[in-house]
Design a binder for this molecule. Sequence first.
Ligand code: PMP
Ligand code: GLU
Length: 398
Amino acid sequence: MKLSGRIGRIKPSATLAINAKANELKKSGVRIINFGVGEPDFDTPQNIRNAGIESIGKGRTRYTAVGGINELKDAVCSTIRADYGLSYGRENILISSGGKHALYNLFMTLLDPGDEVIIPSPFWVSYPDMVNLANARPVVVGCSEEDGFILRPEALEKAITPKTRLLILNSPSNPTGKYYGESELKALAEVLLRHENVLIASDDIYYRILFGGRKWVSLGMVEEKLRERIFIINGVSKSYCMTGWRIGYLIGDRTVIKAATDFQSQVTSNAASISQWASVEALSGDQKPALEMAKIFEARCKRVLEIIAGLPGVTCAAPDGAFYVFPNFSAYFGKKCGTRPINGSLDLADFLMEEAHVAVVPGEAFGEDNCLRFSYALSDQEIEQGFDAVKKALQKLS
Ligand code: PMP
Ligand code: GLU
């Protein structure tokens, strides 16, 4: 069957593919330790689950307004006011089926064929493919490990052309966990102020998971003059362990939000009504479980970095947040296990799956082949066992 050219330009999500493979192996009886997928390993907090159940009891099970219920829009506005110090109204919010959907709506609303979108690498796997689906051109700008995988102003300046329409910033980052502090954002803002046609998608989905007492800061908070060009992407998936509920939101200029809402009205209609009501509770109810989860991730991150420091030849930029590490395993490239060569992150990830029964995502999927991504949304015991198995497997390479 002939498929569209559009679909030929994309690949399936590598993160979801690894997760599916790990789950398949698990079902067939193999004990896999899954560092693959990026989702918190905790249950959705009880008060949020109750709110979902209550909404069913109350019959809140019909179509809602396409752009979301007012109660959730108001909760998003209050949260953004409290956490960003920025003031938005209902007309600036679109509720969608996950952060991924919010991003896709934005790209489909803003981008035309030939438009360029600057994507700092390492990047979350879905950005380039979503840009491709919108018939625009991803322009990947490499950020080095020595620079802490952070986009530097000179690199941004160099990448901007008359065709640049959008810059994607993701902080804390998937896959590196690095975040942009105030001085880094100010330096980027200086460049962006010189290029007034460039819009910014600020993917802040991990903003609640920050380590070392770091304070949340986002581009719109450091440079007022950029605010009308910034679109914030956020959601409840990561902060409240609600990956399966599928709620994300897009925040920004009202004209764009109206157009993106019209687009959503023709494609998916509203996000699930029950999930929207549960998300009102997530944002407005008790925040303790979310704060505790962030603390647990911080403790795990510390332990993971200690373990990685004990892996010969492996280096790792210390994350500032999220729940990923992105260590560099290139010292093992060019080695073999018997006759099996390890020539890059894909080979190494396959080898670890088969030899150590550990699932990781190859760095190649994030635009950095020297690294592997480990999501440490796992119990302490699984983390210890998983890295132990990795260490033993690496010893077989020579
Ligand atoms: N942005 C980033 C950087 C992500 O890692 C994810 C992963 N799920 C998303 C957006 C989308 O999240 P979701 O659609 O599950 O809300
Ligand atoms: N974003 C998560 C990850 O990177 C979940 C899977 C996905 O949507 O890509 O693993």
